[in-house]
Design a protein around this ligand. Structure first.
Ligand code: BTX
Length: 326
């Protein structure tokens, strides 16, 4: 696997030119047979590689995939995404992350081209079409109180807003707590899950789904879901966006661990679509209407209700008046 990546990196650095088999052998200190095996593996992964007697190999076309080889040249992280597990298809990256988390290093990232049972909150379905999005889960093992785990949804949300702007120039907003909205429709969702005891976190899985190049949605989602390519009217580079999401996530995650949540709270407020709006909150099966007035120190949404009472909402359903379903 490592050798295969090295062969690919050399072919990429010589793009448009032939690289001789001998040069590959010399640079990597391996046999011709080993190089030939790697070339065949790359071809079966979708890389189109030409070969010519006496000239060697040439990389003609790279597939649109978000494996480690493709994203690592753009990755600036120390530990997020450095253990990168890539799947062509998986049931749910969050489910897999939870299975392997105990034996995996901090920052392990699972990425799939497709999810067959992608999940949202409360067991809802998350549509995850093949090669049209980024479906990823990050395993984290922070030394924080279990109550603080929910703040990681906010850390992921600000990272996403920055990564989307950097890669696509689109302005996106956070619909508290876990949706990223572009032009009034949902383009990304975050699902944070925790495993721990009352006073100790074993691990946290931050699952992120981004509709990158989805061109059409199932009928029931058409008025509430969108993709970055639809909003930008062009195909988006999934490799650059994946790397940018991980780079920004590590930056904000470190800030959060070193300085506390208040250090990113202002950004949560700045990027919030919810603040200042009339909202409907569903708690314990009851509906309450009020105005979202602040983001608390703990990442909660502060809502001022009509009876004058202010409440910090930490979980539950919040919908914004005039947006999608309220
Ligand atoms: P949520 O519960 O806030 O949103 C789920 C709701 O969003 C669904 O009920 C549906 O109405 C709508 N929806 C479903 N699919 C999409 C989509 N592709 N785009 C926009 N809206 C949609 C949001 O939960 C959290 C989603 C996290 C998804 C990631 S992907 C990687 C990881 N693995 C996994 O199984 N889930 C997470």
């Amino acid at each position: 696997m490592l050798l295969r990546n090295d062969v690919l990196l050399i072919l990429k650095s010589n793009k448009g030119k032939y690289t001789s088999g001998q040069e590959l052998c010399d640079k990597l200190n391996v046999s011709r047979t080993a190089v030939w095996k790697c070339i065949n593996e790359l071809k079966s992964d979708g890389y189109i590689i030409g070969s010519k007697h006496k000239s060697g190999y040439i990389l003609i076309e790279e597939p649109d995939v978000i494996n480690y080889t493709e994203i690592s040249p753009h990755l600036k992280t120390n530990f997020i995404g450095r253990n990168y597990l890539y799947f062509d298809s998986i049931s749910s990256t969050n489910d897999y992350a939870k299975e392997i988390a105990s034996d995996s290093p901090d920052g392990t990232t699972i990425v799939a081209e497709e999810q067959t049972s992608g999940r949202g909150r409360m067991g809802r379905q998350w549509v995850s079409y093949k090669k049209q999005g980024i479906w990823m889960s990050i395993i984290l093992k922070p030394n924080i109180a279990p109550n603080d785990a929910v703040k990681l949804t906010q850390v992921a949300a600000v990272s996403l807003v920055d990564a989307i702007r950097e890669t696509t120039n689109l302005t996106s907003y956070i619909k508290w707590p876990n949706d990223i909205i572009v032009n009034g429709k949902k383009a990304c969702g975050i699902l944070t899950e925790m495993n721990g005891e009352i006073d100790k976190i074993n691990f946290i899985v931050v699952g992120i789904g981004v509709n990158v190049n989805v061109d059409s949605f199932p009928v029931d989602l058409q008025d509430k879901a969108t993709s970055l390519s639809i909003e930008a009217s062009k195909k988006i580079d999934r490799k650059l966006l994946t790397a940018s999401m991980l780079n920004n996530f590590e930056r904000y995650y470190r800030t959060f661990l070193d300085k506390g949540f208040f250090s990113i709270r202002n950004l949560c407020k700045k990027y919030s679509l919810t603040l200042g709006k009339d909202v409907k909150v569903i708690m314990n099966n009851k509906e309450y209407v009020g105005q979202a007035v602040d983001i608390g120190d703990d990442g909660s949404l502060i809502v001022a209700f009509k009876n004058g009472e202010k409440k910090a909402i930490t979980s539950g359903e919040v919908s914004i008046r005039g947006l999608i379903d309220y």
